[in-house]
Design a binder for this molecule. Structure first.
Ligand code: ADP
Ligand code: MG
Length: 392
């Protein structure tokens, strides 16, 4: 009846491996507050880490074996550190074992390090757009960085986790998810420049303002999401090249009128989303520093409209979630993540959060949509070592 994930990860480790872990580390999932599809255009994003985390209990071994197991996932994996490589691991273990391998690629010296046993317990739902994959990678990245005494900084760990996802798992993702999971502070969002990977924490002050964030997981997944992503990316590259810049990051809102003359209508609208979205991220950071979070509602709503009308990556369920939340009194709402399904977020006053959630659930029922999964997230601290448990 161990209930907390911390208890479960320690107990699960002992069950699986027959000894006690050296320690427990954790890394959070994330929600992107604003800045969608701007990452691969070398622009700005503003994610925050959520209170759902992935925990890893880990112990070093006297030999060079690496063993990983995860609560609720069938296949345990085992390999020698000497055999680790981009093609030597598969299935879910490609994320953690890929991360172990990648630490050696970003500057860690793994020639003499000890093998390890690692057991994972996660509260981050998979495939809901909350980046369970980054939470998994980043929890192990901090655990091994400490245990192996590699001394790598957060930005370097971001690169290792990204390398694991790109080269080992084979998913062409940027640095947004891993940066959010590793670098974000409590009650803050991470203002990240995807051109040079510099970042800084921007206080959100949600608790003081009596605000919360609802995640509305539409549970819609579209088979063509991958194709849609690739075609949007291609449009952005075509626009940048027609406008003579290396990335749409270099186009300002004031340049858009001139761009309209050069681009066909569809490509122009794709570019306009990126250019205005970059500006909205900058504006959001500014408003957070002056008025505070109560002032960012219009920017969130404008971001959603831009994704719906210009970038065309929304779906009816996401639009309904946003309009219903706004009608029910949300301060702002938008779809979040890559689009074609997934989740919307709504910034709400805590005392009306449940009521807004109920209104959205009812609207989905009235439209004959699959019931959404709705829950609150709290902006939380990035990856860390957990307190030692001395309970027995
Ligand atoms: P997400 O948006 O949640 O990151 P991804 O498709 O990128 O979705 O990653 C989900 C995959 O990550 C799962 O299918 C699984 O392979 C792996 N994964 C995530 N969390 C865990 C976990 N706790 N244990 C094992 N594998 C996990
Ligand atoms: Mg992922």
């Amino acid at each position: 009846m161990s209930s907390t994930p911390l208890d479960r990860v320690v107990a699960g480790f002992a069950d699986r491996f027959g000894h006690r872990p050296d320690g427990v580390w954790s890394a959070p999932g994330r929600v992107n507050l604003i800045g969608e599809h701007t990452d691969y255009n070398e622009g700005f994003v503003l994610p925050f880490a959520i209170d759902q985390r992935t925990y890893v209990a880990l112990a070093l071994r006297p030999d060079r074996r690496a063993r990983v197991a995860s609560e609720g996932f069938d296949e345990d994996a085992e390999i020698s550190l000497d055999d680790l490589g981009p093609t030597s691991v598969s299935g879910w273990s490609a994320y953690p074992l890929g991360t172990a391998w990648a630490l050696g690629r970003v500057g860690g010296d793994l020639r003499e390090v000890a093998g390890f046993d690692a057991y994972f317990v996660s509260e981050v739902p998979t495939g809901a757009g909350l980046s369970s994959s980054a939470a998994l990678e980043c929890s192990l990245a901090v655990a091994l960085n400490d245990s192996w005494k590699l001394g790598l900084d957060g930005t370097t760990l971001v690169r290792a986790a990204q390398l694991a996802e790109n080269e080992v798992v084979g998913a062409p993702t940027g640095i947004l998810d891993q940066s959010a999971s590793l670098l974000t502070e409590r009650d803050a969002a991470l203002f990240l420049d995807c051109r040079d990977a510099t970042s800084r924490n921007v206080p959100l002050g949600l608790e003081d303002a009596g605000l919360g964030v609802l995640v509305i997981d539409t549970r819609v997944t579209h088979a063509h999401a991958g194709g849609g992503y690739a075609s949007r990316r291609a449009s952005c590259e075509a626009a940048a090249s027609a406008l003579g810049v290396s990335a749409l990051r270099d186009v300002a809102v004031a340049d858009l009128d001139a761009a309209r003359a050069v681009l066909d209508d569809e490509t122009f609208r794709r570019a306009r989303h990126i250019v205005t979205e970059n500006q909205r991220v900058l504006d959001t950071v500014e408003v957070l520093g002056t008025t505070g979070a109560t002032g960012i509602g219009e920017l969130l709503v404008a971001s959603h409209a831009s994704m719906r009308d210009d970038f065309e990556i929304s779906v009816p369920e996401l639009d309904l979630a946003v309009t219903t939340a706004m009608d029910a009194g949300a301060i702002g709402a938008r779809m979040t993540g890559g689009g074609f399904g997934g989740s919307a977020i709504a910034l709400v006053r805590t005392e009306v959060a449940d009521e807004i959630g109920d209104r959205v659930t009812r609207a989905f029922a009235e439209h004959g949509f699959t019931p959404p999964r709705i829950f609150t997230v709290t902006p939380s601290a990035g990856a860390r070592r957990e307190q030692e448990q001395h309970s027995r």
